[in-house]
Design a protein around this ligand. Structure first.
Ligand SMILES: [Zn+2]
Length: 274
């Protein structure tokens, strides 16, 4: 913290903080319950107001999360958004029991790389997917027991084979489109798909029959609560999860970083460090 507003209490100049990028109003019924991710007047930092590709950014004090000692800013930057999104999906929107089979789509992505580690810490057997050899290798290194090639259209068959046709208890999904539909093909009875994104398509056709016959659930997850960021950073400081940082760019090379993101060959996170 470089500077404090006159009405701010509880924070000091020099405090090391992470920022919740989904700004919340702090007064609506959801905010009052600590469910800022569904705030009625939520705002996105960097979308509806100036964001973090800068040396300094002004944010409401309610968006701050104290960084635990032992964590550096690069690790915090890599985990505060993507890692806490996975934490919200796995510990708030759904539950993982020890021994559960959890399928993490796109294990080399920001959300996926954190989800593998969190599910593993919660005692799950983790299966993941990756479209390239390098991405699949990373998913293995992060703790996945099996990693399936998602560029093979029959990947759900591979998942069913791994689980002896039983299917998985939980799918961490953030791709959308046809991928989401196929996730139902590898879901066990009483299984849950939790989804936080749909870059591959927002509209799908779903067969509702297996959803009620197999008592399955499709659960939405949006962003995170401050509590999820706190938990993510504490887990990282305790060594339970590690950030996956592909490359750190200076502010002047922000465009280069975006070009690399679009090339889809990034492992984990790209950081901008002004
Ligand atoms: Zn609110």
């Amino acid at each position: 913290i470089e500077q404090l507003g006159s009405a701010v209490t509880g924070w000091n100049i020099g405090d090391a903080v992470a920022v919740q990028s989904n700004l919340s109003c702090g007064v609506c019924e959801f905010c009052q319950r600590g469910e800022e991710s569904v705030c009625l007047r939520g705002e996105l930092l960097g979308v509806s107001r100036d964001g973090g590709f800068a040396e300094l950014v002004a944010v409401p004090a309610s968006a701050l999360v104290k960084m635990p000692t032992g964590l550096d800013f690069n690790a915090s930057a890599a985990l505060t958004l993507a890692g806490s999104t996975a934490m919200h999906m796995l510990t708030n929107r759904s539950q993982v029991r020890a021994g559960d089979w959890v399928l993490v789509m796109g294990g080399a992505s920001g959300v996926g790389s954190a989800a593998i580690q969190i599910a593993k810490q919660l005692g799950a057997h983790v299966i993941s997917t990756g479209s390239t050899e390098a991405k699949r290798r990373l998913a293995f290194q992060l703790g996945a027991e099996y990693v399936v090639d998602s560029s093979d259209a029959n990947w759900p068959t591979a998942i069913r084979k791994i689980t002896n046709r039983r299917g998985v208890d939980l799918v961490v999904e953030h791709v959308g489109g046809d991928v989401l539909v196929k996730c139902f093909d590898c879901l066990a009875r009483n299984g849950t798909i939790v989804t936080c994104g749909a870059t591959a398509g927002r509209e799908v056709t779903l067969n509702l029959w297996p959803i009620f016959v197999k008592q399955q659930r499709l659960i939405g997850s949006y962003g995170r609560n401050r509590a999820d960021i706190q938990a993510t950073l504490e887990w990282a400081a305790a060594g339970k999860i590690a950030p996956v940082i592909d490359f750190i760019y200076p502010l002047a090379e922000t465009q280069v970083a975006f070009d690399r993101l679009r090339s889809r060959n990034v492992l984990g996170k790209l950081l901008i460090n002004p």
